[in-house]
Ligand binder design. Structure first.
Ligand code: 5AD
Ligand code: SF4
Length: 439
């Protein structure tokens, strides 16, 4: 049972967990293969943030069983594993291992049990103070590396499964984060993305006692690192020193993702978000007053229980006020174990859909206008690849916008991973088009 295949659903935390799981499996003598057919062990790292996410997993599990399941061992990891626990064995009896992210440090031991022929292996305890650190991490991208700085979540947003699926908040030491950053820089990585459910709730457990802003600064000063990103931030813990750090250090990307969820203080209160609309707007004002032009993005949930038309209007007004560079918007969906299940006034699906469409239309207009302001400017991009269909290179700006640009024909050098300047010539709602500026 030494060949494995892994499929990952969900957020960047999950994507990076999979990189660490792959490293762990390789250290244990397993080889990664690219199809489930070629694998003896098939792993799914799952997400349960919204209901479709988890349906997709069960659908996928059934599909593999039908097509390629004979003689294979199946494992379910991640948030659905934690949420459903041993019920997965009932729903999908061909599964042999169920492990939540708070138990990944036990993976080597659980694999031994599996290899010994144990048909039902679980790692489901949430009672942990460990973070998942591996001697070997198999990263997908050769230039941009994720680094987890904090795991779990101690908030209790009424709609959210994460406190139940990822366990209590625990931070890594700043030494360990900085050592990993230095190793990555030495291996040629130039961009670091600090990850956590709430990165800005970071509390250094070591005597150095770094705040999140101090850690950000220190990572941005590691020689060879040109870009540092971080996601996700919680508005309640978002302090002004984070903006000051971005202002001072150009290696810190001028982009902040600050999920607002709703523009109505009464909805925010019911969501147990721990801030009001005004408190959120104060943080936006800090960003707008910064010396650097900071891109601001957010997450919004429409149709939370009891959201009135007036509440929804307030969210639309907030979009007008903030002028976000990008918005991820979702219809509220009921999740198991969450406090919102006991709230009244769940909205009909059609009404949620109607509000989502209105919000997305509005934001599309805002983004077209925001992106159009950039036409004629020169932006530094990190080159992510080449699109054969359009003949354009794909770049990413410090603001985290995609800028597809042309580069003179005949110059066939592989630009991927490099940095160059491109002039913006056109703007759409979701990306920019331009041409490289030749020195
Ligand atoms: N329903 C809809 N959206 C949700 N999110 C989290 N939980 C839910 C839910 N139950 C959204 C939030 C969060 C993002 C990652 O997913 O906007 O910020
Ligand atoms: Fe999905 Fe949330 Fe788990 Fe990420 S932490 S995989 S978004 S449920």
């Amino acid at each position: 049972m030494k060949n494995f295949y892994i499929e990952t659903f969900g957020c960047q935390m999950n994507a990076h967990d999979s990189e660490k799981v792959i490293g762990t499996l390789v250290s244990e003598g397993y080889s990664k293969v690219d199809t489930p057919e070629a694998a003896d062990l098939v792993l799914y790292n799952t997400c349960s943030i919204r209901d479709k996410a988890e349906q997709k997993v069960f659908h996928r599990l059934q599909q593999f069983k039908r097509d390629a399941g004979k003689g294979k061992t199946f494992a379910v990891l991640g948030c659905v594993a934690q949420q459903e626990g041993e019920r997965i064995f009932e729903k999908a009896p061909h599964v042999s291992m169920v492990v939540g992210s708070a138990s990944y440090t036990r993976l080597p031991e659980l694999l031994v049990q599996l290899e010994a022929g144990n048909r039902r292996v679980t790692g489901l305890s949430l009672d942990t103070e460990d973070t998942f650190e591996t001697p070997l991490t198999r990263r997908d991208n050769p230039y941009r590396a994720y680094i987890t700085i904090i795991e779990g979540c101690d908030k209790s947003c009424a709609y959210c499964v994460v406190p139940f699926t990822r366990g209590p908040e625990r931070s890594r030491t700043s030494e360990s984060v900085l050592a990993e950053t230095r190793n990555l820089a030495a291996a040629g990585y130039t961009e670091i993305q600090l990850l956590g459910q709430n990165v800005n709730s970071y509390h250094d457990p070591s005597p150095a006692g770094f705040t999140f802003a101090q850690l950000l600064n220190a990572v941005g000063q590691v020689s060879g690192i040109r870009r540092v990103r971080f996601t996700t931030s919680h508005p309640r813990d978002f302090t002004k020193d984070i903006i000051d750090a971005i202002d001072r250090n150009p290696n810190l990307c001028n982009h902040v993702h600050l999920p607002v969820q709703s523009g109505s203080s009464s909805v925010l209160q019911r969501m147990q978000r721990l801030y009001t609309r005004d408190e959120y707007m104060r943080r936006i004002e800090w960003m707008k007053a910064a010396n650097r032009n900071i891109a601001i993005t957010t997450d919004v949930i429409v149709g939370f229980c009891g959201e009135t038309e007036a509440d929804f209007e307030q969210t639309l007004q907030l979009l007008d006020e903030v002028q976000y560079d990008s918005v991820f918007s979702f219809k509220y969906s009921k999740r198991p174990n969450t406090p919102a299940l006991s709230l009244d006034d769940h909205l009909p699906e059609e009404e949620k859909s109607r509000r989502l469409t209105i919000l997305q239309e509005k934001q599309r207009g805002i983004q077209i206008a925001r992106n159009s302001e950039l036409v004629g400017t020169v932006q530094e991009v990190n080159v992510e690849g080449f699109n054969k269909a359009t003949g354009q290179w794909i770049g990413r700006t410090s603001h985290n916008r995609t800028l597809n640009f042309s580069h003179p024909a005949g110059d066939a050098t592989n630009l991927s991973g490099g940095y160059l300047e491109a002039r913006v010539t056109r703007a759409g709602p979701n990306s920019l088009v331009g041409e490289s500026v030749l020195m």
